[in-house]
Design a binder for this molecule. Structure first.
Ligand code: SIN
Length: 339
């Protein structure tokens, strides 16, 4: 193969998995549950100290988390669904009801600015499916500029406290010190959606890991190298999984060529009510009582049915980044590099 033919190796694999006719084989898709890929997906022992915030963020305790590495992709890790059923419900609902609200930015703004997309979808009691299907992304914190790919202090709003806290817990499990969630893109996929090959390089800080939380239907995630000539690996990502892209993997090409029907609906399991007797100390959440009631209200199946209907045919991905270096408070701050 000459260099020109090699250039499109990422694209070839993307097209292979995107295809519906013929359907791609799943044989080479790495799944942490499949014993056929033991050399390519390796279980690791994570931090087993406990963090008493987990339960209140809809997470199981650290002792039961399953962490995997991918020897072919240094810096890539997967935590296999550490969420409780009520936790999945909480985050799915947040992504639908709250995060697309103004002042956050969505893809719909270019057509019409809607203050509260989810409310608008159900404004007359029935579901406006056309509007429901229109949402493809919303941005939080430092708003990603899709044209310039440059963040700006003038285009920054408050990052959600709960998502900052969740990211902080994941960072503490992985023993990353000084991590701070400052920007997120929430992607909404329908069964035929894809996301083409790209790298994430707009952040000043490319040393900090990127956390990618997935809910709802499953996906094939491709991770290649720093050039499109590298043949990517295909990885199965399921509801509740957290992918961590750090070190080399942080700057590699990645894409989502296919959404797959989920084999189960973990958002429907173990939705037990939480009691607020012993509240932990939170770093970002100012009103823990509100957090508990927002978690608990999702145990009511009748209330939750609208959100369930959405994830039955969609996938949601919260892609969280640290933008600034540890010693910066905004982009105008000079960057000090330790020598
Ligand atoms: C992204 O790279 O922005 C999203 C990846 C995903 O949906 O898993």
């Amino acid at each position: 193969m000459d260099q020109n033919e090699n250039d499109d190796n990422f694209m070839k694999i993307f097209k292979y998995y995107k295809s519906n006719k013929p359907k791609p084989s799943m044989e080479n898709v790495l799944s942490v549950e499949d014993k056929n890929h033991v050399e390519k997906v390796v279980p690791l022992i994570g931090n087993s100290l406990s963090d008493n915030r987990t339960e209140f963020l809809g997470l199981k305790n650290f002792q039961s988390w399953q962490l995997y590495s991918f020897p072919g992709h240094p810096g890539l890790f997967l935590i296999r669904n550490p969420f409780t059923g009520i936790g999945q419900r909480y985050w799915i609902r947040k992504c639908l009801e709250e995060y697309p609200r103004k002042p956050n930015i969505t893809n719909i703004d270019i057509e019409v600015v809607i203050d509260d997309w989810w409310r608008e979808c159900y404004i007359d009691g029935t579901c406006n499916r056309q509007l429901l299907k229109k949402l493809r992304w919303t941005t939080l914190g430092y708003h990603h500029n899709w044209d310039t790919k440059v963040y700006s202090d003038n285009n920054r709003t408050t990052f959600p406290e709960d998502l900052a806290e969740l990211s902080d817990v994941v960072a503490s499990y992985l023993e990353y010190s000084g991590y701070k969630a400052e920007a997120a893109i929430v992607n909404y996929y329908h069964m035929k959606s894809t996301l083409s090959a790209h790298t994430d390089h707009s952040e000043v800080n490319l040393q900090a890991p990127l956390f990618s939380f997935s809910f709802g239907q499953s996906a094939i995630f491709l991770l290649g190298g720093q050039e499109k000539s590298t043949v990517p690996s295909a990885i199965l990502v399921q509801s509740g999984d957290i992918l961590i892209m750090s070190q080399q993997a942080r700057v590699c090409y990645h894409a989502v060529p296919k959404i797959l029907p989920a084999k189960s609906s973990p958002w429907d399991y173990d939705s037990k009510v939480l009691i607020d007797n012993e509240m932990p100390t939170f770093k970002y959440i100012k009103s823990p009582k509100n957090l508990i009631s927002s978690l608990n209200c999702n145990t009511d199946d009748k209330i939750w049915s609208k959100y369930r209907d959405y994830v039955r045919e969609s996938r949601i991905n919260m892609n969280v980044r640290q933008v600034l270096n540890e010693n910066q408070t905004n982009l105008a701050d000079p960057v000090f590099i330790d020598k």
